[in-house]
Design a protein around this ligand. Structure first.
Ligand SMILES: Cc1ncc(C[n+]2csc(CCOP(=O)(O)OP(=O)(O)O)c2C)c(N)n1
Ligand SMILES: [Mg+2]
Length: 380
């Protein structure tokens, strides 16, 4: 028996809007299915400006001690915005990681709640009814399994719903990614796996943590449809997710999209990327910023100018600051409330602990460990 080819594959890379703001209309024209119109693009660009403002203000809040760790989205906004816009609000499910502010806002999560979350306030995870967004997932990879489960439920219940989950390049080295992909493809559920390959997992570069040339090819191993896109090109992101969504709705199952992007900021406010990243690399990626190319495109069409840019930045800054003021003026949660969001039915042991926290100061209660004593432990 001669050797035959058992399997061949190719990974396609999609870019529609290049770094200079030129649109490749061979893929489609604005308004075609999966192609953004100028009006939609303007709407998304304004949201991008708002997200950048939020990043800057959240950074300052953290530096001035009014917020805990915050992961900036800077440089990756085309991913969350383009993908979020391709999903149907109130119908499809957004299953985020922690760099998808734009998609979460678009699908109904109030910005105030995101600020509360990063200030360590559990109320920041309690979204309004009808919002189809799961809470921010900091444990790397866990949310992909949730997306598979949500999509499976939709399939079993014969509901026309699709789940999209976001994760980073580093997350594809976690077992959760492989389990979620395997289950999703075997059960052919309507799920989209959207990898934001921003080249780094905190201080570990992509090449040091995986030997595969692309992340998209990992999806082929599981029998998913795969696509690589320029993640700083909102047209490409929107089209890839739109096509994947339509395919999933038609019973075509799972798509893994690898979006090539870059984290322009530190990993979080607890990090200093200058210690491990070459500044030339950062500068090269700054030129590929998703905002620059949209602006160039809109300016060429006479739909934008520096006056409008300034006005929108000022408007966004004022609007974010107003929300920040609102959040800072909310009464602090009672400390025993930290028990409340863990279980639907709280076990007896936790009920007792909750009661203790509500009625005693930690360390001053004789029934508790003698390790802590004094009034400093009682302050909160
Ligand atoms: C299970 C788990 N292990 C380790 C961490 C610590 N951690 C936080 S972010 C991160 C890197 C994630 O990299 P990537 O998936 O590429 O996402 P990015 O932050 O680049 O968007 C790690 C290891 C964690 N949060 N959860
Ligand atoms: Mg990463």
């Amino acid at each position: 028996m001669p050797i035959r080819t058992a399997y061949t594959a190719k990974i396609e890379h999609l870019q529609i809007l290049d770094e200079q703001g030129n649109l490749d209309t061979s893929i489609g024209r604005p308004g075609d299915p999966g192609m953004l119109t100028d009006e939609q693009l303007l709407h998304l660009y304004v949201q991008m400006i708002e997200c950048r403002q939020l990043d800057e203000i959240a950074f300052k809040l953290q530096r001035s001690g009014r917020m805990h760790t915050y992961p900036q989205n800077k440089g990756q906004e085309a991913c969350a915005l383009g993908a979020g816009f391709a999903m149907r609000k109130g119908i499809d499910w957004i299953v985020p990681c922690y760099r998808e502010n734009a998609a979460m806002f678009m699908h109904g999560v109030p910005m105030a709640l995101i600020l509360l979350h990063w200030a360590g306030d559990e109320r920041g995870n309690q979204y309004p009814p009808g919002v189809r967004v799961t809470p921010i997932a900091v444990p790397i990879g866990t949310q992909m399994l949730h997306a598979t489960g949500i999509a499976w439920a939709a399939k079993v219940q014969r509901k026309d719903e699709v789940a999209i989950t976001f994760f980073g390049d580093g997350a594809t080295s976690e077992g959760d990614f492989h389990e979620a992909m395997n289950f999703a493809t075997v059960f052919n559920v309507p799920a989209i796996f959207f990898c934001q390959n921003n080249q780094w997992a905190i201080s570990v570069p992509r090449e040091s943590q995986m030997a595969s040339e692309t992340i998209a090819q990992k999806g082929l191993a599981y029998g998913a449809q795969v696509m690589q896109v320029d993640g700083n090109d909102i047209f490409a992101v929107y089209k890839a997710v739109y096509d994947a969504r339509e395919r999933a709705r038609a019973g075509g199952g799972v798509t893994l999209i690898e979006a090539i992007t870059y984290r322009l900021a530190d990993h979080t406010t607890a990090d200093d990327a200058r210690r491990y990243r070459d500044s030339n690399e950062v500068e090269a990626w700054k030129a590929k910023d998703p905002m620059i190319r949209i602006r160039l495109y809109l300016e060429k069409k006479g739909l934008w100018d520096s006056g409008r840019q300034r006005a929108e930045e000022e408007r966004a800054e004022a609007s974010v600051k107003q929300i920040v003021d609102q959040v800072l003026s909310w009464p602090a949660p009672k400390r025993e409330e930290m028990f409340d969001s863990l279980y639907a039915d709280m076990p007896q042991m936790l009920r007792e602990q909750r009661q203790q926290w509500a009625t005693h100061s930690l360390g001053l209660d004789g029934s508790q460990s003698g390790l802590r004593s004094g009034s400093s432990a009682a302050s909160h």
